[in-house]
Structures are given as C-alpha cells and as structure tokens.
Ligand binder design. Structure first.
Ligand SMILES: NC(=O)C1=CN([C@@H]2O[C@H](COP(=O)(O)OP(=O)(O)OC[C@H]3O[C@@H](n4cnc5c(N)ncnc54)[C@H](O)[C@@H]3O)[C@@H](O)[C@H]2O)C=CC1
Ligand SMILES: CC(=O)C(=O)O
Length: 372
C-alpha cells in the first residue's frame, strides 16, 4: 500500500502525522511512504530523517494526498477537499459533528474516513484522542495562568497567589483526560482547583488521588453556575464522544464572571462547552482570544499544535499501531479484526457510520455491519 503524509496547513500547525520511526515500521512491513517536503522541518524532523528510514519526499500537496491511505493530524481544510477521491482512506482527526462542510465533502467524494477521536476501546477510553488531550489539558493550565496577567486582558492574578494572598480559583468542567491534566498542572501551580463531572466514579478516582487538593463537584446546572461565578479561570473539557458538545456553561453564567477572569474552552473542536465560545467559533494561535463582557475567552481548536514536537511524538506513539494494522490488512479487514478501530469509521461510500455525526446533521446512521 502507498501511505502518504501531507504537510499540515492549519494556522500555526506544525505537527506531522508520522515520525521517522513510523516510516521505518511501514516500510519494513512492505509499504511505500510518501511524505510532503518540509512536513517536519519546523519541529526538527528533516526530510533526510524521513528518507533515511525509507520514505520518499514529494514536493506537492497533490502528491502527498495521492496515497491509498492518507495520514494526517488535523481535519482537512477547504483547500484540501480537492484531493478527496472515492476509495481513499483518510486517517486523521475529523471532529465532523462540528464540521458540516467537511462532512458534506467526505460524503460527496465517497472518502473512507476514519477519525482518530472516535476510535474507542471496550473500556470507553479514546486511545487516539487521549494523547492530545493530555497535551491540551496540561497546556490549559499554562494558558489560563498567562491570560490572567494584565498584559493579556486578565485581572492581574498570579495562579498560586503568595503568602497572605489567595491563589486563583481554577474551575474545570469535564473531568476526563483534558480536565484531569488541566487540574493536575493547576494544582502544581498552587491554584485552588475545582473539577466538575457527571461521572461519579471519575470524581471518586480524583478524590482518592488528590484529596483536598482538588474539590470534586457533581455536574448539574446549579453547581456549574455557582462554580463559574466564583471562578478566575474556567476550563471547558466536556465530551460526549463524536457528538456535538453540550454547552453546559451558558452565556448567562459567563455574564456573572468577574471582569478579567478567563475561559479556556478546550472542547471547542467538538463545538464548545461554553455557549459564548461556541457561538464565536474556534480562534487561532495567531489570534487566540476575544473579550466578552470583560472575560478573556480562549478557544483554539488545535492547542497541541503550539508544542508540535512533543505532540507529534505523543500522538504517533498512539496512532502508529493502528496505522500499521490499516496498511497491512486494508481498512476493512483491519476494522473487522479490531472493534475499537472500527468505531473510528465515520464515512464510507457516501454514507455516515457514526451516530453522533448522523444525529447532528439529521442524516441516516448506517450500521458497521453493513460494510464489515
Ligand atoms: N482544542 C484542542 O486543541 C483540543 C481539544 N480536545 C477536546 O477536548 C475535549 C475533551 O476531551 P477528553 O478530555 O479527551 O475527553 P474525555 O472523554 O476524556 O472527557 C470528557 C469528560 O466529560 C464528561 N462529561 C460528559 N458529559 C458531562 C456533563 N453533562 N457534565 C460534566 N461532565 C460531563 C465525561 O464524563 C468525561 O469525564 C474533546 O472535545 C476533545 O476533542 C482535545 C485535545 C486538543
Ligand atoms: C484533538 C485535536 O483535534 C487536536 O489535537 O488538534
């Protein structure tokens, strides 16, 4: 099989879908790997590092989209839709419930699209979302701390406070991988941390691990409203896998926040957990914030792109075994053999196979058993 890897084109996105070690694994298994010129140069992976492991460097995006399977990081952007074609297997983040135009393009061009973020283990863990959620969660605490400074529009608070002066009140809505990592780093910075989730077992785990260092609160609108009103930083990190995110932090709640407080809506890629950021839409690394009622709002849809070298290795450690299965067996046999991978199938032959996406756009959801 020919596996091809385009250079990412999203704003400030320097991650790459494959590392030299990934090229070696695919080449050793008998596949040909095409990597777009300079795909990894910005993060210290030279074209020569790829060719040394057996990749062929191609000069144009068109060639880099020509493989039987195209491996990427971010959801394709409009200029990339021209490369879609029937029979192509696309393995990348897609977030289709928040991407109506991309969904239409994949359907009309009959692409077989397998989304990293909906591959799911029997334990319900999302093994290809978790690595970037770990990065984005850790970043959310750093971003929140930075945005609290006067220069960034914040009220001029130091996350950990000082002896005699209280620490910032850091509230996380959604205690999954993003939320837990955000809370963990915020605790390390000395913030007063509260985490909210509707999964009581998850809250118990965090309570067992962190005791009084993290206040756990069960999710309901009253509890969220109270916590948001008192917060200096709110992190949005709720997810219903593959579906549009419920906007649990309403605009009315945001209006109760103090001027100079901060929202970091990490969940923006699935639509956003905060009504205000969801309405605004994702921001970019070049222009990451906007002000609403005195509150600094940050909702960059590709946060891990800012730490692209760490993120590339963290992501591909997780994606490579699935990539090798898809290349060795072909998508259909690989999905038949691996139920977790099969859950990644979002579109094929012009049909939608993921319920969260079908429900969002009022389309029919086809059963995997129709094709596997
Ligand atoms: N902006 C960016 O660059 C990035 C965004 N993300 C996004 O962050 C979001 C969170 O991802 P993960 O932490 O990996 O997901 P996860 O599945 O690990 O955690 C989601 C949490 O939300 C909780 N939840 C669901 N309904 C809830 C409710 N009604 N009230 C409170 N909590 C509720 C779940 O119980 C779960 O603990 C996703 O949308 C993901 O795509 C992830 C990485 C990068
Ligand atoms: C999860 C995702 O979309 C990202 O890492 O950019």
């Amino acid at each position: 099989m020919i596996v091809s890897v385009p250079k990412e084109i999203k704003n400030q996105e320097y991650r790459v879908g494959i590392t030299p070690a990934g090229v070696r694994a695919l080449v050793d298994a008998g596949h040909k790997v095409l990597v777009e010129k300079d795909a990894g140069t910005a993060i210290g992976i030279a074209d020569a590092d790829y060719t040394a492991q057996g990749a062929t460097i191609v000069n144009t995006a068109k060639e880099a989209w020509s493989g039987d399977m195209v491996v990427k990081v971010k959801e394709p952007l409009e200029p990339e839709y021209q490369y879609f074609r029937e029979g192509m297997v696309l393995f990348t983040y897609l977030h289709l419930a928040a991407e109506p135009e991309l969904t239409k393009a994949l359907i009309s061009k009959k692409v077989t699209a397998i989304a990293y973020e909906t591959v799911q283990l029997p334990t319900r863990v999302l093994p290809l979302l978790a690595p970037m959620s770990e990065v984005a969660g850790r970043m959310a605490a750093q971003v929140g701390a930075n945005l609290l400074t006067k220069k960034e529009g914040g009220m001029g608070l130091l996350m950990g406070g000082t002896a005699g002066v209280p620490a910032a009140n850091f509230v996380v809505v959604g205690a999954g991988v993003v939320g837990f990592n955000a809370a963990k780093v915020a605790v390390g910075m000395g913030a007063k941390v509260t985490i909210i989730d509707n999964n009581i077992d998850r809250l118990r785990q965090i309570d067992d691990l962190y005791g009084n260092q993290i206040q756990t609160i069960f999710s309901n609108s009253l509890n969220i409203a109270h916590a948001v009103k008192e917060a200096d930083v709110v992190v949005g990190s709720v997810l219903i896998p593959g579906a549009a995110t419920p906007q649990l932090v309403t605009e009315a709640m945001v209006k109760t926040m103090k001027p100079g407080s901060v929202i970091v809506d990490v969940a923006i890629d699935q639509g956003g957990a905060v009504e205000t950021t969801a309405k605004h839409g994702a921001t970019s690394h070049d222009n990451p914030t906007f002000m609403f009622n005195g509150v600094v709002c940050y909702c960059v849809g590709n946060m891990p792109g800012a730490v692209a070298r760490t993120s590339t290795f963290t992501l591909t450690n997780a994606t490579l075994p699935y990539m090798v299965q898809l290349a060795n067996k072909g998508w259909k046999e690989a999905c038949k053999a691996n139920e977790s991978l099969a859950k990644g199938l979002n579109t094929h032959e012009g049909k939608v196979f993921f319920k969260g996406v079908a429900d969002k756009f009022g389309m029919e959801c086809h059963a995997l058993s129709e094709v596997l």
